[in-house]
Write a protein that binds this ligand. Structure first.
Ligand code: 5GP
Ligand code: ZN
Length: 119
């Protein structure tokens, strides 16, 4: 299911360009255009829905393994491992919860140490 007016549905279809990282039959992962830190990623279901409870279980079940795979690209230098690098996974629902784009998305945000610049 897709929405003609939704920017994330357009990104999935390639109608709006994005820096794609992973695509599965049910999910799509790409870089956030206004990153909160370097490497800020968005992972979205290909099924259009505004809030988490609108998304079918099979789409939701596909997303966490994609996020897990992407933690490997959070490696910031040769000493960092995914286990050693901090990151936040965030998912907002509704304006009151700071959701701006009405297509469910999971933020994967690398945490960078302000002192060292490393994760
Ligand atoms: P929200 O506040 O809804 O949880 O987050 C929406 C996110 O989508 C923001 O971090 C914003 O930078 C990102 N975003 C909005 N429009 C675009 C776009 O056209 N391309 C990409 N790559 N990210 C977008
Ligand atoms: Zn959409």
């Amino acid at each position: 299911m897709s929405s003609a007016s939704c920017i994330f549905c357009k990104i999935i279809k390639g109608e709006i360009p994005s820096f794609k990282l992973i695509e599965t039959p049910l999910s799509f992962a790409f870089l956030d255009i206004q990153p909160l830190s370097e490497g800020h990623i968005l992972v979205i279901p290909k099924h259009h829905g505004a809030k988490l409870h609108n998304i079918p279980d099979e789409n939701l079940a596909d997303i966490l393994p994609v996020i897990k795979k992407l933690t490997k690209v959070l490696k910031l230098d040769e000493n960092d491992t995914p286990e050693g690098t901090g990151y936040n996974v965030l998912q907002n629902n509704g304006r009151i919860a700071h959701q701006e784009v009405d297509h469910v998305h999971f933020h994967l945000i690398p945490k960078v140490d302000p002192k060292t610049g490393l994760g």
